[in-house]
Design a protein around this ligand. Structure first.
Ligand code: F6P
Length: 532
């Protein structure tokens, strides 16, 4: 795949740079809407389970044409086909990247036999646990970190409306004992199922928590460990060595942050049941088909990935805020942080050459409306422009229709305010608060102006269901791949986490011995300070 040029070596890139200077830098959304009454229709897109309004972004049809030219020159379609066919695109780890195979229907796609064998076994086990009268289980504790935690931790609350009402779910990830301790306090060994989730089964945090949980289980008089501890891993041997007899496997072609569709999804399957878990996979598969087959000008993940490149490399926006207007999606920003920043936070291309342009933005956020009362001030009036991604869900799963109307109105008001802004003369006509009556009116109006022209995307789901969540997450996966592919990086390795792990292994014995020989003065001083 190396014969396709890196984005910055294409003629489209140069054309985009020219277009940015001529029209992009000063682009004004309000004028764009005035000029083109069909802007909303022209820049909104349908994909499985998702309607996407891109019209409040700093782009026009010409921008899109140049970006699509870039995709063409970079061989995006051919590279997508190679990804989906199982070519070893994760070259630095010598692996294929086939999370899409995990949600292909039975008999379809690469590795179909093994995928469905594990899926069937995993779902049968989930069903056993859900039969709480017989299983006696009331609490499911997932011990895992990163990709072995964030997917289930995001999806279980998101799908609360579909969840088993007699089961409680806990997620322990941090090696900080303050994570595990309050969870253990709520448990009875005979009613608890521990899921030890680790692709490698060597991750320090997970293994430390797994051992602590096992010790607790024994100390509490727990019997039949084999029934109360299951493993989800590619390293069946290590799980067996830990004493786990029931293990659900997956494979090296499933990246950690792309693994919630595999047996890593076990807590989700226990929470929502086999049928709903299959619906989650179906939704993701529908998005895979959209990604694979829809021409690029209407291909939602591709369009969003192109927009990300436009913002990161031409507008030079360094972050993107995600604002899901659904409390169930409260862990979505954290999930997307790993998906996007661990995938695309890279500084060299596939050939190992240092990149002369920026890659992953910082992804961050909070559910609306909470974010409005925290950091939205900065989004509206701060000095940095930060594109916002609103996620609105048309139908609520509760009957509190008044709350839901208010929630949706807030969501729309925020994107409207970001775009419209407020001029100083407009602010002059605002009623002055009594407490500020003596303050200079003109000066006050400066404080009360909003620059506007701040971009946002609004994604609309009809309702938050297993199927729509599956489609949403798969959309994000493909979008991350799109920008990573254009940047010419490997979105599927994560060497950046290794150095800290190695240094931690060196420091660990020093925390006991106090040996600071050869350390920098700061680390040595802090060891002395922290030694207990
Ligand atoms: O943080 C690095 C990382 O390798 C992630 O990519 C992965 O999701 C996480 O650690 C957990 O790894 P494992 O599933 O092997 O315990």
């Amino acid at each position: 795949m190396n014969h396709y040029p890196r984005c910055d070596r294409t003629t489209a890139w140069a054309a985009l740079a020219g277009h940015f200077e001529a029209h992009g830098r000063e682009f004004d959304l309000r004028e764009a809407f005035d000029r083109d009454p069909s802007r909303f229709e022209a820049l909104s897109f349908e994909a499985p389970e998702i309607f996407a309004d891109l019209s409040k972004n700093l782009l026009d049809k010409a921008t899109l044409t140049f970006l699509l030219d870039l995709a063409l020159e970079c061989g995006l379609s051919e590279r997508r086909d190679a990804l989906l066919a199982g070519d070893p695109v994760n070259a630095t780890e010598g692996r294929a990247v086939l999370h899409t195979a995990l949600r292909a229907p039975r008999g379809e796609g690469p590795h179909a036999h093994q995928v469905h064998e594990v899926l069937d076994a995993m779902l049968a086990f989930a069903q056993e646990v859900r039969d709480t009268e017989r299983s006696g289980i009331t609490d499911v504790v997932n011990i895992g970190i990163g990709g072995s935690d964030l997917g289930p931790q995001m999806a279980v609350p998101a799908l609360d409306a579909f969840a088993h009402r007699q089961l409680r779910f806990h997620f322990v990830s941090n090696v900080d004992g303050h994570d595990l301790t309050p969870v253990l306090r709520q448990l009875h060994p005979e009613r608890t199922l521990f899921i030890i989730a680790s692709k490698t089964f060597t991750t320090q945090e997970t293994m430390a928590n797994a051992h602590a949980a096992r010790d607790w289980f024994d100390a509490q008089g727990g019997v039949d460990r084999a029934r109360h501890f299951v493993g989800v891993t590619t390293n069946l041997q290590a799980a067996a060595a830990f004493g786990i007899t029931r293990t659900f496997g997956f494979w090296d072609w499933v990246g950690g942050r792309y693994s919630m569709w595999s047996a890593i999804g076990l807590p989700i399957a226990i929470a929502i049941g086999p049928e709903n878990f299959r619906a989650l996979l179906d939704g993701a598969h529908a998005m895979d088909r959209h990604f694979a087959n829809t021409p690029l000008p209407h291909n939602l993940p591709v369009l969003l990935g192109l927009l990300d490149v436009w913002y990161r490399n031409f507008h030079r926006f360094s972050s993107r805020s995600v604002a899901p207007y659904h409390q169930g999606l409260k862990r979505l920003p954290a999930y997307l942080q790993q998906l996007e920043m661990e995938s695309n936070g890279k500084q060299v291309d596939m050939a190992g050459q240092r990149l002369p342009f920026a890659t992953s933005p910082v992804v961050w956020g909070e559910p609306g409306t909470n974010g409005q009362h925290a950091f939205f001030q900065m989004l509206h009036q701060g000095t940095d422009v930060i594109p916002v991604e609103f996620i609105a869900v048309r139908r609520a799963a509760h009957g509190l229709s008044d709350l839901h109307r208010k929630l949706l109105a807030n969501c729309l008001a925020q994107s409207q305010a970001l775009m419209k802004g407020k001029t100083a003369p407009e602010a002059m006509t605002d009623k002055v608060p009594t407490a500020a009556a003596s303050f200079d009116r003109a000066v006050l109006s400066q404080h009360r102006t909003f620059p506007g022209n701040r971009p946002s995307t609004t994604l609309v789901l009809e309702s938050l269901t297993p199927r729509s969540l599956g489609a949403l997450i798969a959309m994000y996966e493909h979008r991350v791949w799109t920008s990573g592919a254009l940047w010419g990086i490997n979105s599927f390795d994560q060497w950046g986490v290794e150095l800290g792990k190695a240094l931690c292994n060196d420091l660990l014995p020093r925390m006991d011995s106090g040996d600071t020989a050869g350390l920098d003065a700061s680390t040595a001083g802090l060891i002395r300070r922290l030694q207990t």
